[in-house]
Design a protein around this ligand. Structure first.
Ligand code: NI
Length: 174
């Protein structure tokens, strides 16, 4: 397994619509494992392929807390097939928007259809933080970041700070 560099916003690679995988083969399985390793090391609870520069519909999620047993999901071509009318708000963060958090409202329950690491078609009903996290990761596959779901004012503020941080970093490495 290998750790992959995580792309930080703003970056056009985070705004692309990703392509479905044809099947979960060895290449996709390796990507899933590398993404999990990258996510655990960060640490984070979810990661989508575009965040590591791959425009494929692949996500990994594990909301287990530190000290709890790991329970990773590896999903290819995940689709939201049903959502509850009930909504829930969580403070969301993103490894591509480091150190920025904002409350985002999404359906509190969702049914997700996907291909697992063995290329088996699966469907899972999720709720709470897991539902939020999976919906956040699926958004990434369509070029949507959590800041696209908050007020423009807050979004602009966060993006401005990230641009500034990138400039400072570029200067430091000159
Ligand atoms: Ni994210």
């Amino acid at each position: 397994m290998a750790r992959l560099p995580i792309i930080v916003a703003p970056d056009p690679r985070l705004k692309r619509k990703c392509a479905a995988v044809e099947a979960v083969d060895e290449t996709v399985r390796t990507l899933m494992d590398d993404m999990l390793e990258t996510m655990y090391a960060a640490p984070g609870i979810g990661l989508a392929a575009p965040q590591v520069g791959i425009a494929s519909r692949v996500i990994v999620v594990d909301i287990a807390r530190e000290g709890e047993e790991r329970s990773p999901y590896r999903m290819a071509n995940p689709e939201v097939v049903h959502v509850s009318e009930e909504l829930a708000s969580y403070e969301e963060g993103c490894l591509s928007l480091p150190e920025h958090y904002s409350e985002v409202t999404r359906p509190s329950e969702a049914t997700i259809r996907y291909l697992d690491e063995n290329n088996e078609r699966r469907e899972v009903e999720v709720e709470g933080m897991l539902a939020t996290c999976i919906q956040h990761e699926i958004d990434h596959l369509d070029g949507i970041l959590f800041v696209d779901r908050i007020s423009r004012l807050k979004r602009d503020m966060i993006i401005k700070k990230l641009v500034k941080a990138k400039r400072a970093e570029a200067r430091a490495s000159d």
